[in-house]
Ligand binder design. Structure first.
Ligand code: SF4
Ligand code: SF4
Length: 396
């Protein structure tokens, strides 16, 4: 007698995918055209056909342990060729949005950050925290005289908000990455130890080999450029990525300089780091506007669909860039009555963007990077290199 295994679909998972842009998932009839046309699919582990099936069946654990979901860049090539209008590219985007929520903790914060009103509430919360600090320090919210943000908050009180926030974000993101690594190791059927743990690369190899090569690939957007229908989107993403790198460097320069070495801030407009900061801010705004314009155009053309998480991230990044540059211009113009409120709004937006890393689509930054590293590493295991026997069975 045949041994039947009952499949228990996770209905909330299916609903979650459908609500995050994958409402067409049930139209798929498994013709596999999408896997054939996908420019990023691996011939040994083709996607996205299998993910469509798993999502239809509500196999949440199967999908969350699938690294291929993260190798898709929603280029829309598969969507253009799907004979059933199942829009596999959008379904995979919906699966990723759900996976970010799945690995986030506490989940309630992910729910809040998944709604535009929730993000606005988070921004207001951080503005109130900043105003509370200024109040406790005994400073007026809009001081008289020349506009100088140091009159309301020096670097230390700002650090008092952002340092704990950054530590919290790193802990939540790392927890998510470890769980994700475990799930994709199980999904790839990596050899388990007798204690049930999965192998991990040595730290040195992780950084110098797999991590470094993956980061170079991401910095150049090599895979994104292979996309057919939406390859132009890579340009805006690249501008954004490099602006984040520049602003990360600048922020840390000011943080270390002011906190540890007592450097005077704000830096002069002609200071090389200040010039770099302004270049980064302009690149951020230009990059996000390019991404938005391209997404608008491709959504109109029907190549891809855009869900709330896409717009939340775009508008949040835009808000950070515009308020940051606005606060600087208004300071130079010395319009105190607008400059200070814009500055407080900027701090609130930056804090919300920090929090967006483990709770919103911004999580692509960590999970896609992890997926690239994992793919590079597990491919070596599959090939029998790296000290591991080639004993994996593939499940397509
Ligand atoms: S998503 Fe479309 S192209 Fe892909 S297997 Fe299903 S029906 Fe075929
Ligand atoms: S959207 Fe593009 S990268 Fe993603 S599965 Fe479809 S063809 Fe492949």
């Amino acid at each position: 007698m045949a041994d039947f295994k009952k499949v228990e679909p996770d209905l909330s998972f299916i609903r979650g995918v459908m609500d995050s842009g994958g409402e067409t998932v049930n139209r798929c009839y498994q013709c596999a055209t999408c896997s054939v046309v996908c420019p990023l699919s691996n011939p040994d582990r083709p996607f996205p056909r299998k993910e469509m099936l798993w999502a239809q069946w509500g196999l949440a654990s199967k999908v969350s342990g699938d690294v291929d979901v993260w190798l898709c860049h929603q280029c829309g090539d598969c969507t253009a060729y799907c004979p059933r209008g199942a829009r596999p590219g959008d379904v995979l985007a919906g699966i990723r949005n759900n996976a970010i929520k799945y690995y986030a903790s506490p989940k309630g914060l992910a729910d809040i950050m998944s709604r535009p009103t929730g993000v606005v509430a988070i921004i207001i919360f951080f503005i109130l925290v900043v105003l509370g600090e200024i109040f406790l320090l005994g400073h007026p919210f809009i001081p008289k005289g020349e506009v100088d943000y140091e009159k309301v908050l020096t670097v230390l009180p700002i650090d008092a908000v952002f340092m704990p926030l950054a530590i919290f974000v790193v802990i939540v993101a790392l927890k998510g990455v470890f769980e994700f690594w475990h799930d994709i190791s199980a999904g790839a059927k990596l050899p388990q130890s007798y204690t049930g743990t999965y192998p991990r690369p040595k730290l040195g190899d992780l950084i110098c080999d797999y991590g470094w090569k993956s980061i170079i690939e991401i910095l150049k957007h090599d895979r994104f450029k292979k996309c057919g229908q939406t390859a132009e989107r890579a340009k805006g993403h690249l501008w954004l990525l490099w602006s984040f790198i520049i602003l990360f460097f600048v922020t840390n320069y000011v943080f270390i300089g002011a906190d540890i070495f007592g450097m005077h801030v704000p830096l002069s407009m002609f200071h090389p780091v200040k010039i770099l900061a302004n270049i980064g801010a302009v690149m951020l705004i230009a990059g996000v506007l390019m991404v938005k314009a391209m997404r608008d155009q491709k959504t109109k053309e029907g190549v891809l669909s855009s869900a709330t998480p896409d717009w939340i991230l775009i508008y949040l990044i835009l808000a950070v860039g515009v308020t940051g540059l606005g606060a600087e211009i208004l300071r130079l113009l010395n319009i105190a009555v607008i400059a200070y409120p814009v500055y407080y709004l900027h701090l609130g937006c930056v804090a919300a963007l920090f929090l967006a890393v483990p709770y919103t689509k911004f999580g692509h930054l960590v999970y896609r990077t992890t997926a690239y590293i994992f793919q590079r590493w597990s491919d070596e295991i599959r090939a029998g290199r790296n000290g591991f026997a080639k004993k994996m069975t593939l499940d397509h």
